[in-house]
Design a protein around this ligand. Structure first.
Ligand SMILES: [Zn+2]
Length: 188
C-alpha cells in the first residue's frame, strides 16, 4: 500500500465501500482516492484488480461515486433518485463487460475483459449500487447519524437500527463526543 495516503474504509457492500472513498462529506471531506494509483489500490482490495488507471478513468470513477452517493441518499430518505445520477449509474453499468465466474472453491470472482479496463470494474460497482438502491437486496439504506458524515450505508442488521456507517470511526467518535459532553456537565 502506498504510504502517506489515507486508509480505505471497506465495508461488506461494494457500492457503499466505494462511496466511502470520500468520507466526512459534511465536515472536512477526506478524499481517499486522490490519484489514479489509489483507485487501482482500492479496486485491488475490492476484488476488481486492474493494471493501470488514467486520470480520465479516475474522473469517471468519481463521477460514478457521486452519482451512487446521490441516488443512495435519496433512497434512504425515500426520495426519487436524481435523473442525472440514474443516467450515470446506468451508463457505467451498461458499458462494463465484466463477467461473474465461479471459482473451484465455489466463490464468485469478477473477470474483467482486459487488465486495463477500469470501466469494467465500474460496471460491477454500478450494478451493485443498482441492486442496493432498487431494494433487490436484503437490507435497508440509511444515513449515518454523524453530522459531519451523513453517508448512505446499507443496514443489514436484523433490527435495521444501525445508526452509523462505520462503528469503528463514526460510531466511536459519536460515543466519545457524548462521553466528553457528560464529563463537562458532570465534572466529578
Ligand atoms: Zn459515518
Amino acid at each position: 500500500m502506498a504510504a502517506g495516503f489515507p486508509d480505505f474504509r471497506l465495508g461488506s457492500v461494494l457500492a457503499t465501500s466505494f462511496t466511502a472513498t470520500l468520507t466526512e462529506r459534511c465536515g472536512e471531506a477526506l478524499e481517499r482516492i486522490p490519484t489514479p494509483q489509489r483507485l487501482v489500490d482500492w479496486l485491488a482490495v475490492s476484488g476488481l484488480a486492474v493494471d493501470s488507471c488514467t486520470t480520465a478513468q479516475l474522473e469517471l470513477a468519481r463521477e460514478l461515486r457521486e452519482s451512487i452517493h446521490a441516488a443512495a441518499t435519496a433512497a434512504a430518505i425515500h426520495d426519487a433518485p436524481p435523473a442525472s445520477a440514474v443516467r450515470i449509474i446506468n451508463d457505467r453499468s451498461i458499458q462494463g463487460r465484466a463477467a461473474a465466474v465461479l471459482t473451484p472453491e465455489g466463490t464468485r470472482e469478477w473477470r474483467l475483459s482486459s487488465a486495463s479496463c477500469v470501466e469494467d470494474a465500474l460496471g460491477v460497482i454500478a450494478a451493485d449500487a443498482i441492486s442496493v438502491i432498487s431494494g433487490e437486496r436484503d437490507g435497508k439504506l440509511a444515513l449515518c447519524a454523524s453530522p459531519t458524515c451523513q453517508a448512505a450505508f446499507f443496514d443489514t442488521s436484523q433490527s435495521r437500527t444501525r445508526k452509523w456507517c462505520d462503528m469503528g470511526t463514526c460510531g466511536n467518535r459519536q460515543k466519545k463526543a457524548r462521553f466528553n459532553a457528560n464529563q463537562r456537565e458532570n465534572p466529578s
